[in-house]
Design a protein around this ligand. Sequence first.
Ligand code: GAP
Length: 437
Amino acid sequence: MNKDNNKMEEIVSLCKRRGFIFQGSEIYGGLAGTWDYGPYGVLLKENIKRAWIDRFVYGKFKMYQMDAAILMNPRAWEASGHVSGFSDPLVSCKKCKKRFRADHVDGDKCPECGGYLGEEKQFNMMFKTAIGASEDESAITYLRPETAGGMFVNFKNIVDSIHPKLPFGLAQIGKAFRNEIAPRDFIFRSREFEQMEIEFFVEEDEWEKYFEEFRIQMNEWINKDLRIEESEYSELDVPKDELAHYSKKTIDFEFEYPFGRAELYGLAYRTDFDLKSHGGASGQDLMIEDSENKKTVPHVIEPSFGMDRTVLAVLITHFMKDEMGEGGRVFLKLPVNLAPVKIAVFPLLKNKPELVEKAREIFDELRGEFKAVEFDDNGNVGKRYRRQDEIGTPFCVTVDFDTLEKDNRVTVRDRDTGSQERIEIEKLKEFFQTKFS
Ligand code: GAP
């Protein structure tokens, strides 16, 4: 996986330079597998979440949101099979002691130093933590390795409080933690990450129909909402012998990252595995009436989305270069709904109070309407364009002397084409409403 390291490096560097994503605990030398989101990274994630909720919660299917605790009773992770089965094969080098995922190395020699690799062991990826003051076994629990568990253990609460009929789904956005043996490729594989997951409960004989429905919805999400071209991703039917312990069928959506084609999302048919396991282990009735009023344990379709991989795919797909400006430029051609800032407002010169005052007035007005609007008076206009291009701001508005002395118009510059047009101040709101609709 070494296809376009340059592009990856440029994206990592843009993320740091412009305040999207920083290495976790950077001033202490970092903490492997952790990343911190800065102001624009947070805004980008918020926009992704909003778009995801619009499509999947307020979309085609009956869906309820959840926000379950990250810490759960450890019995839940025993029942789900994670305590015994959530592991990756690990090998360590006898010479340099480095650890690798066995399925990521060829042969019995260390890829780093050429030393011999030891025996393969299973390494459980759940982070253990101790609850309360005592550190005995009874107080051990885990940071959740997937958000899914919190939805299964609340199935009964939802049925008893909301009384939904099948089919319906639970949707949750939240952090998940995995002690990955080899975190790598920026935010692609980290130890702390965010997931957006759905557990969709159906009658057994309808699982194929809803699997297909979600396959289509996931394609539309990638293609229409994130604007990732069809040529940049594909579906992979996961071979039977590679399926997770709970799954009978899984499709991986794979994206063409600069380091190679790899998983972006998963769509799994989890059967009735989880509710049966939790029902058995907790002694609770995790059943619901089907369409013939018979009690049944529903089957589950699970579309699972990594938030950080979404951010990465969005950055990669919309990262552009062209010849505009001195020495060319880099820009993020983000769709308006995802752009952290929609409009930036500048006074042509920052030391002319009359320009600044007018620009502030316009900024206040636009911010009241469109929220994600920024005032920028750093450096010269060329530098401001460069910065706004790099954070993906679709439009810049400049107040100049003609605005005040001649025409009461401002210059609106389009990020993608660089074209500029003079727009009357009174018509600005309407102009942007039309652009954003
Ligand atoms: N509940 C099902 C589940 O967790 P998964 O394929 O293990 O399935 C789902 O994870 C998604 O979470 C992946 O498709 C990916 O987007 C994201 N993901 C998994 N491990 C990750 C990691 N270490 N770093 C970043 N994202 C990760």
